[in-house]
Design a protein around this ligand. Structure first.
Ligand SMILES: Cc1cc2nc3c(=O)[nH]c(=O)nc-3n(C[C@H](O)[C@H](O)[C@H](O)COP(=O)(O)OP(=O)(O)OC[C@H]3O[C@@H](n4cnc5c(N)ncnc54)[C@H](O)[C@@H]3O)c2cc1C
Length: 452
């Protein structure tokens, strides 16, 4: 691919999922790409302070896996080599849904499960092996460098020890610093107005740990287990996936401020209040980590795309712009889709013109729109104020769909495609599927289970 001559240096703030994906596509277009990361990065696949969510189950949706595989050919095989199992979603998932568990169904939808640190480690190695990319860790970006109002020309950084501040010049700055991004304050320092922030909070909490199988004990027959939350009755649930090192990673979660477990005993006690096999499974396993908790799960969208003025030389993506309640597993896939948008917009520019940051933010808002709806529609049902009728109607439809899924393999497959973003919502416009949803579950077709 020809290198631009006018733009030479891109700086990416943050070496998380969005930062690594962005660096990958920038490396095709910029002579130098510097990724600046606050943490001192581990040389192995271990959790780190800047990504506290890495202690919790991170499922990569099928679409996200496809996009990452496109950017990093052989990624799936490399992760498999590192012990991350690949399995068919319909065959390997035990979905404990409010109206029952669908029987195993071959879907032809390969899924791979691993820990977040492993995925990040492998991607980091791939990205830093790219010739234009330099990773500078242990450096915190403290603000934006500007030459004239309305133009960002780099970043200001300082080292861990609070040492000398430094300025790094760049033709393009990409904010990928995640949920704790300071971009609104940095824009205010440039005299720009504050963007509107929208939040939807189901007050979901997570508690997670890993387990190993005692010698001679086989792993469970399922590869992944999920028990989703649903307002108003199903306020406790879980995720569990088989990951590398022959480990089982388990996340228990609760909505509406549900008290989450702190320690060994609480963890098992919470699991015992759930339907499905999770308590029986972990009861016979050996914990290999402490219980870690996390509660910053609010859906939050910052409307940078609506700002009347946006500086040249700057874009923002990933959780820094739009974060989702992680219970829907969308964040890493959306980060991959945003990198794809960046690639398209860099590729579509007229030769010699810089990237239009404002246009990027507008298109990014469209990329996140359906994931935002997918997460916030059910989450609004947990909020105190009664939801508006479109939200109520959306939730009625989704709940009917999910209640019918255990009895209908075709519907289960269609729903799984939508969940994994490999199929759009129009999948359900097929009259044969739509009518199945509207008719709903057959009474007695599968046992209605007790609420958790
Ligand atoms: C509990 C939990 C569970 C989740 N589960 C899933 C899941 O199952 N599937 C899924 O797809 N997503 C999941 N997510 C979402 C996923 O973690 C994020 O969407 C994804 O990591 C977004 O990537 P990001 O790069 O924007 O942010 P992050 O990955 O958080 O990375 C931000 C990076 O920026 C660095 N940084 C911050 N500030 C600065 C600074 N000033 N200077 C330099 N560096 C800085 C941080 O140290 C960090 O490395 C989950 C999130 C949570 C909270």
């Amino acid at each position: 691919m020809p290198m631009d001559t006018d733009v030479r240096h891109a700086v990416v703030i943050g070496a998380g999922m969005a930062g690594l994906a962005a660096a990958r596509v920038l490396a095709d277009r910029f002579e130098v790409v510097t990724v600046i990361e606050r943490d001192t990065l581990p040389s192995a696949s271990t959790p780190r302070a800047g990504v506290p969510q890495a202690h919790h189950v991170h499922g990569l949706l099928a679409l996200g896996a496809e996009v990452f595989e496109g950017y990093f050919p052989g990624l799936r095989a490399e992760l498999e080599q590192a012990g991350a199992p690949v399995w068919d979603w319909g065959e390997g998932l035990c979905a404990v849904l409010p109206n029952g568990t669908p029987p195993p169904t071959t879907m032809g939808m390969p899924i791979q499960t691993f820990s977040r640190p492993l995925l990040e480690h492998v991607l980091r190695q791939r990205v830093t092996a790219l010739k234009p990319v330099t990773l500078r860790d242990g450096l915190t970006v403290t603000g934006l460098r500007t030459a004239a109002p309305g133009k960002v020309t780099g970043v200001r950084v300082k080292g861990k020890d609070g040492g000398d501040a430094e300025e790094i010049a760049a033709d393009l700055v990409v904010d990928a610093s995640g949920r704790s991004s300071h971009l609104p304050q940095w824009l205010a320092a440039l005299g720009l107005s504050s963007p509107r922030t929208t939040t939807v909070d189901a007050q979901v909490g997570y508690a997670s740990r890993t387990y190993s199988y005692p010698d001679g004990q086989a792993p469970p027959s399922w590869r992944g287990l999920l028990q989703p939350l649903r307002a108003p009755d199903f306020h406790k649930g879980c995720y569990a996936i088989q990951i590398e090192n022959n480990a089982l990673h388990v996340t228990l979660h609760g909505a509406n401020g549900t008290q989450l477990p702190h320690n060994d005993d609480d963890f098992l006690a919470f699991a015992k209040t759930l339907r499905g096999p999770i308590a029986d499974t972990i009861g016979s396993l050996t914990p290999t980590s402490a219980v870690r908790r996390y509660a910053r799960t609010v859906n939050r969208k910052i409307a940078y795309h609506r700002l009347a003025r946006w500086p040249d030389g700057l874009i923002a993506l990933g959780d820094s712009v739009c974060t989702f309640n992680p219970a829907y597993g969308q964040g890493m896939t959306v980060a991959a889709l945003e990198a794809r948008l960046l690639e398209q917009m860099l590729g579509n520019r007229r030769a010699g013109t810089p990237l239009d940051g404002q246009a990027f933010q507008k298109r990014l808002a469209r990329v996140t729109a359906s994931s935002w709806l997918m997460a916030t529609t059910p989450d609004r049902a947990w909020e105190k104020s009664p939801p508006a009728w479109p939200v109520k109607a959306g939730n009625w439809f989704m709940n009917r769909l999910i209640d019918t899924v255990p009895q209908d393999p075709r519907l289960y497959t269609a729903f799984s495609g939508m969940f994994h973003m490999t199929a759009g919502p129009l999948t359900l416009a097929d009259p044969r599927l739509l009518s199945r949803v509207l008719i709903g579950p057959r009474p007695g077709g599968s046992p209605r289970m007790a609420t958790a």
